[in-house]
Design a protein around this ligand. Structure first.
Ligand code: SAM
Length: 426
């Protein structure tokens, strides 16, 4: 990208913008509003799956616009932007703590004076907070003295999961990340789930989820925040369905074990899209109970729940052992233990499928690829886990047993996730 001239970059943006205009005009039935800004910021629950060319055009604009900005801006200015970014956190914390989105009506506007009264804060300070928030597209001032929502602040106001994800990020992830270097000084191997910034900031020896279990409101917020992060269209489970030929294996005697499958969200989705194959969701006790209770009646014959600790030997001989967002929580040592515990149960041709974010092998400055790096830092801060590259996966799977063969990685365009496949081939 760096070899392109500024004009070429600008033309690329123009071309993709025209494409998006055209696609939204001719209407795939997915972006019903005339306002592009609003349409493009709809959440997944409001829209259907985004067509691939539209998704790609959006990513191209984001990456190219960022590159163009970097090229026209002096490095001193870019550097200052980087190290002054912490004030975004200050303002977001004020937005969260003072529940500012909830102070503004979903349509129309209110005044600074009314909000100041409602949150019992000096109006001058509050105005300063809002002025900064407006600069980062949270709220707008439609007329002097009045505050209204932008799509971002409206989302925080109307979607409780979005608001919880803001709280979970500011109150759990940010403080843990600030202690990462202290944790690394104390525990340089960075392999244990009890030796991270999270334990240091919370003065505990417990892993994240065990600690949160003792603080029910924080645990609730953490769960809700995670649910919000998994709602993006780039995480749509249709991509998982496209990544593997599930329909080809859709027979009565084909069994998929979803290891650490939570409440069974993936199993339910795959069972709905297939006719015959069976799913066993394994997780820790409380989670399994909740999943079992919520299982739709019509799937009870094909989806079952089972308590199983994935650090003990797998009792089910299945065709597929599926894991989503498990391995990134653990260091290689622990992942090796999880995989090794599957091997005694595996029959010839059985597969391990790991559905995870993937880090690029070569580091990139493309903004659209920043998500994997972000998640990698979250994993370091709270779990001593990591987001892996293709070579990281190969290494992990290859060290187990030479009968376990790394088969490849399925990547579906538009998806943030990759499906890593290994097969038991004695
Ligand atoms: C990040 S969540 C992923 C849940 C699910 N796979 C999904 O994609 O929605 C990690 C899951 O691992 C489960 N888990 C953690 N330790 C476990 C263990 N030792 N045995 C089985 N499940 C475990 C947690 O209860 C949680 O449901």
């Amino acid at each position: 990208m760096t070899s392109s001239s500024l004009v070429q970059l600008a033309e690329k943006i123009l071309e993709r913008a025209k494409m998006i205009d055209e696609l939204t005009k001719t209407n795939f039935g997915i972006l019903p509003n005339s306002s592009h800004l609003r349409s493009l910021t709809q959440t997944r629950t409001e829209q259907q799956q985004v067509p691939l060319e539209l998704a790609q055009a959006r990513l191209d604009i984001v990456d190219t616009a960022q590159e163009l900005k970097r090229r026209v801006q002096d490095p001193e200015v870019t550097l200052a932007e980087l190290f002054t970014g912490y004030t975004d956190t200050l303002i977001l914390r004020a937005v969260y703590k003072l529940k500012l989105p909830q102070q503004v009506p979903t349509e129309g506007s209110t005044t600074y004076a009314r909000i100041a009264q409602s949150v019992s804060m000096d109006e001058t300070i509050l105005r300063r907070f809002f002025h900064y928030a407006i600069s980062i597209h949270v709220f707008e001032e439609p007329e002097p003295g009045h505050i209204a929502h932008t799509p971002i602040s409206r989302l925080l106001c109307t979607n409780p999961l979005a608001f919880d994800s803001l709280g979970m990020t500011l109150e759990e992830l940010v403080p843990a990340s600030q202690e990462v270097l202290v944790a690394l000084e104390r525990y340089p191997r960075a392999t244990e789930p009890t030796e991270t910034g999270f334990q240091i900031v919370n003065q505990t020896d417990l892993p994240v989820y065990e600690f949160l279990a003792q603080h029910p409101e924080r645990a609730r917020r953490f769960g809700a925040g995670m649910r919000f992060f998994t709602q993006g269209s780039h995480l749509d489970l249709n991509y998982l369905f496209e990544a593997f030929p599930w329909r080809e294996y859709d027979s009565n005697d084909f069994t998929v074990v979803d290891v650490g499958g939570g409440h069974g969200g993936v199993a339910i989705e795959l069972a709905t899209k297939t006719m015959n194959m069976h799913f066993i969701v394994q997780d820790i006790e409380g989670t399994i109970e909740a999943g079992r209770t919520a299982l739709p009646e019509e799937l009870k014959g094909r989806v079952t729940f089972m308590t199983h600790d994935f650090f003990s030997e797998q009792p089910i001989s299945a065709d597929v052992y599926f894991f989503r967002w498990i391995m990134h929580n653990w260091s290689d040592e622990y992942c090796e233990r999880i995989i090794r515990n599957l091997l005694p149960a595996m029959k010839r041709g059985a597969r391990i499928l790991l559905y995870e974010h993937e880090m690029d092998e070569t580091p990139t400055s493309r903004l659209s690829r920043k998500g994997a790096g972000y998640l990698d830092m979250v994993m370091l801060s709270g779990f001593n886990g990591c987001v892996r590259t293709e070579s990281g996966w190969k290494k992990l799977l290859a060290t187990q047993d030479n009968r376990l063969r790394f088969k490849g990685i399925h990547r579906v365009p538009g998806s943030a996730m990759s499906l890593v496949e290994a097969i038991w081939d004695p």
